[in-house]
Write a protein that binds this ligand. Sequence first.
Ligand code: ADP
Length: 487
Amino acid sequence: MSTPTFVQGAKKLLIGGQWVEPGSGQYIDAINPATGERLCQIARGDAPDVDRAVAAARRAFEGPWSRFTAHERRKLLLRVHDVILDNFDELALIETLDMGAPLARTRGYKEWLSQLLQFYASQTGAGTVTASPLSIAPNFTALKHLMPVGVVGGIIPWNGPLMGLWWIYGPALATGCTAVLKPAEDASLSSLRVSELMMEAGVPDGVINVVTGYGKDVGEALAGHMGVDRVAFTGSVGTAQAIVRASAGNLKRLQLELGGKSPDIVFADADLDKAVPGASMGVFTNTGQVCVAGTRILVQRAVHDEFAQRMVAFAKTIKIGDGREPGTQIGPLISQRQLERVMHYVDIGGKEAELVHGGRRLGGELTNGFFVEPTVFANVRNNMTIAQEEIFGPVASVIPFDSAEDALQLANDTPYGLAGGVWTRDLSTAHKVSQGIRSGTVWVNCYGVIDPAVGFGGTKMSGYGWKGGKEHVESFLYPKATYINLD
Ligand code: ADP
């Protein structure tokens, strides 16, 4: 499998339809986390580059893009759909090289992405005007428009940019907004290539812009920029708090999807043949680098030991390796920094709970990559550090519980509220417990499924705002009433 020609040289910034040098003249190495080797370089943007990108996005928003009809935006989104799907093998390989997820996963995004783009294409009429006769006075009428909010800053993480960037570009194109995207410094290549392909598909200059670089240079500038009307952020709580503060200048709208410590609750009556692999991959998939990962697996005491044993047996079957190798199910962590963070938590877990599987960095052929074994701790108590803090690695805490009330009390004893799961054959338990979990998303007898037309989101310290569904599209619009005197 040859490396795509895109993955070479020094990648520039996309501003106003042109690929331009960063003002700093500096570049950052893009590293393949499976080998530790340099793939190519990305531009190190900074605040003046953000100024240029926001100005280009504003010009496009107020200029030609504002004259696109809903029908034209729909046709454009469908062209983008076709171009992205036609080039999907290359995009999947770029993502695998840049952030480590196996090809089985990155190629698997294709059908989902097709559905997502078709969903946003179907939403271009969301701003359509509605009229109503006024009931308070004769000879008056009112028009209600939903107007695009303007320039949207998208700050995304490294754990799946090939999917994550569409939560910015999809609704922006659907509603007539423009976007400045800031991918994570550890994984920017798929965002750059997708944006290049979108320009080829006919997205007008300035409608999408990409400024790569570090969070403290580019992200901070975008979050504080007076010309940005809305910021959509996915990442950690600490960064979100900085973004909230930075947004105060022009009171920009925010959408925040943050971390989680999601409970996945397995009742004794669950079908363990499904619950064991389902809950295991609910935490191990993407090497645990998933916001919604079900990292706290609460298991009813009667089946706790059996579940833990079967989970270990399942974990032993998982093929870990370079994502390009056929059959690889789990790739490396994103970086040396992330590896150190995960190993730090594994050390803490070893002191406070029972390590029943994994916990080691992988050697041999994988020494130069950032590989760690899927790790299972059993008999964990919910107040332990590994059950309270987000690890963002393949580390599961299996926690015993007695009753459904007990499970809910433990499930909700966390500052987060992103997701959760319930495994049971009992309909009443499924309903009661899924309603009792304080989170934006719950899965019953499955984990991690997301329909772009329905969406997902969080509550508590997992953030606010919704991705996908009509609510997401409407969050890129603001309502405007026009009252007309007919006399
Ligand atoms: P993680 O710890 O998972 O990398 P972060 O929240 O640090 O999560 O990163 C998510 C995104 O936010 C990345 O694109 C990163 O560059 C960006 N970022 C980091 N710090 C800031 C900041 N102070 N302001 C805005 N964006 C930031």
